[in-house]
Design a protein around this ligand. Sequence first.
Ligand code: 5GP
Length: 205
Amino acid sequence: MKKEKGLLIVLSGPAGVGKGTVCRALRETENNINYSVSATTRAPREGEIDGVNYFFKTKDEFKEMIEQNQLLEWAEYVNNYYGTPLPYVEQSLNEGNDIILEIEVQGALKVKERYPEGVFLFLMPPSLKELRERIVGRATESEDLINQRMTVAKEEIEMMKQYDYVVENDEVEEAVKRIEAIVTAEHCRRDRLIHKYKELVEVDQ
Ligand code: 5GP
């Protein structure tokens, strides 16, 4: 029997909300969700590994990827480019595996145009105050860059309206549980499953 296609799950939210931490925790939990490693032109932070956290690229290499249609989406974010390599996403979905993309909102909206059947999750900070503290706590960025990130973050929160689910990131473990519950529920949606039961239930079309 043909395997169901996997779910394309997009996790977005403002900078500093903890998308990276939540995704890392999701990766460490046993749940069969593949993780898409993005390409970026920003410099690696301490401890980041090429091919694990990101594929670190020069601007020219990144432009080449755009021209060769190797990216599902890409966006410019605080003076750097970020993009999702397409082949691994397509491969995962075709093999029936779920895949999660941790990306910012402009990119998420582009994915929504191309894959409206995707599952769009918005990770919400408990408050703006908390968000700023988290960005400052990272301490890898200058005051100027922190302010730029806060301005972008406020605009990003406004985009929440475009998403299917809102997950508050109060505690990482709780956020992970909520995401897993959403994924389980999405697998049980009638419109995703009805074709599986077409011998038992009359299906239009
Ligand atoms: P950071 O520099 O903190 O790792 O990431 C900055 C922002 O870029 C975050 O909001 C992150 O989710 C987003 N981002 C990471 N990878 C991608 C990607 O492939 N595409 C898009 N559009 N955004 C990404």
